[in-house]
Write a protein that binds this ligand. Structure first.
Ligand code: ARG
Length: 251
């Protein structure tokens, strides 16, 4: 009989552990049913303002993830440079910002499964003598601070030739004003900027291809698992594709 009792107790313990009793809703370490997303909302079509609302691919994907997890999404706009820190310090639960998976970033945070691909491209004035990546040598290159474009440009062409701006728009503005010779930035935002400004074009040659993913605090592996599960479901049922198609016109 005694044996029976301890066996039942042991079983109850296992069941309790399995359902994660005692931790927050669904075992997630998010606060008050709100999933906070850190982003830099000057990166169309991934995130940008429509009036006072932040919309775009990342906003919609994050919204779909939040719905799956039974949470309310709250988006925090900040400098791109601050997103990883805010996830590391727990100010935000995750970062979605057309953010590229890199080994350096993986030292600081975890990445979810990837949900999109990006390509670093070069924007130049229509009459520019820059026709290839190699022609960038010795030219003034504009980038968004702390992005992969910034890192690659500094590595390949020297930090002294790279001008860092807080927003992609600011780099493009400087290009239209002739203050710099080229801008290295992700392809979809590049298309948006070129469409919005006269006299610019994108070089045919692609610079670097990358994967985009959500970043999550290294200690919150439960949230990482839940986000990955949600992402896989959203890929399987066509939601991710539909969101990408809505914002990216097929060529
Ligand atoms: N893909 C690049 C990177 O991860 C640029 C991302 C910029 N994103 C933004 N929301 N401003 O470094």
């Amino acid at each position: 009989m005694k044996k029976m009792l301890s066996l039942t107790l042991a079983l109850a313990l296992v069941v309790a552990m399995l359902c994660g009793c005692g931790s927050t809703e669904k075992g997630l370490t998010v606060k008050d049913g709100v999933l906070t997303m850190a982003t830099n909302a000057y990166f169309p079509p991934y995130e940008y303002y429509e009036g006072s609302e932040i919309v775009g691919i990342d906003a919609e994907i994050a919204g779909a993830i939040a719905t799956k997890l039974g949470l309310k999404l709250e988006i925090q706009d900040m400098e791109f440079d601050s997103i990883i820190t805010s996830v590391q310090t727990g100010k935000a639960d995750m970062g979605l910002a057309g953010m590229t998976v890199t080994d350096e970033r993986l030292q600081m945070i975890n990445f979810s499964n990837t949900y999109a691909t990006g390509v670093q491209v070069v924007i130049v004035p229509e009459d520019s003598d820059i026709a290839s990546i190699d022609d960038l040598a010795g030219k003034k290159i504009g980038v968004q601070l702390a992005t992969t474009g910034d890192i690659y440009a500094c590595d390949d062409f020297g930090a002294e030739n790279v001008e860092e701006y807080n927003k992609g728009n600011d780099a493009v503005l400087a290009l239209t004003q002739g203050k710099i010779d080229a801008v290295i930035i992700d392809n979809e935002p590049a298309k948006n900027y070129v469409a919005a400004n006269e006299g610019l074009k994108i070089l045919e040659t692609e610079y670097v291809t990358e994967d985009y993913a959500a970043c999550i605090n290294k200690s919150n592996t439960e949230l990482l698992d839940q986000i990955n599960k949600a992402l896989e479901e959203l890929k399987a049922d066509g939601t991710i594709d539909a969101i990408l198609e809505k914002y990216i016109s097929a060529e």
